[in-house]
Design a protein around this ligand. Sequence first.
Ligand code: E4P
Length: 217
Amino acid sequence: MKFFIDTANLAQIKEANDLGILDGVTTNPSLMAKEGIKGTEAVMQHYKTICEMVNGDISAEVISTDFDGIVAEGKILAAIHPNIVVKVPMIKEGIKAIKWFTDNGIKTNCTLIFSAGQAILAAKAGATYVSPFIGRIDDSGWDGVELIAQIANIYAIQGFKTEILAASIRNALHIVKCAEAGADVCTCPLDSILGLLKHPLTDIGLAKFLEDAKKFA
Ligand code: E4P
């Protein structure tokens, strides 16, 4: 399973990248706004900086909702760097645009996926990735990880090549459960990635080893 970091924060991207386990980055308009990035030039420059920091797929989301607008925006984003993946919302015009990008060799990430039906349609259009929003499904009283397992099963039966990118991850357990359920990628906040390191018995064990090491140092 690949690890992406789900942020537009350069310090957090650097920290995850320095671990040596990072395969890519996802952003969205909310994450870009959180960093205080304003204006087209600044947004483009920010994506370019991320692409130069991380050697992997970098999702950049369009904000248009009509076919012509999505395609025009996506072409500009894709021209920033070969690793840019155009992130497109799961709407009718978005599906048409994903098919256009597929036919024109531009990678896509179909975002805001909340059902298996949506994942089937995105795969039919040739999306490189689909992003089911695990945490938001859990928040609404349903089981996000179950959706990952359902999509993984359907894609395996049907032979779809689209990769399942588990998004809206809230904690380390989500990452483990998505790996078990067949996600190809997990995009995670830094805290959730670092949460995988933690176990109290590791801390207790290390403290004891270091204490005992003093006896022969
Ligand atoms: C990433 O591709 C998604 O936009 C992101 O994971 C959504 O996360 P949230 O539900 O925490 O906003």
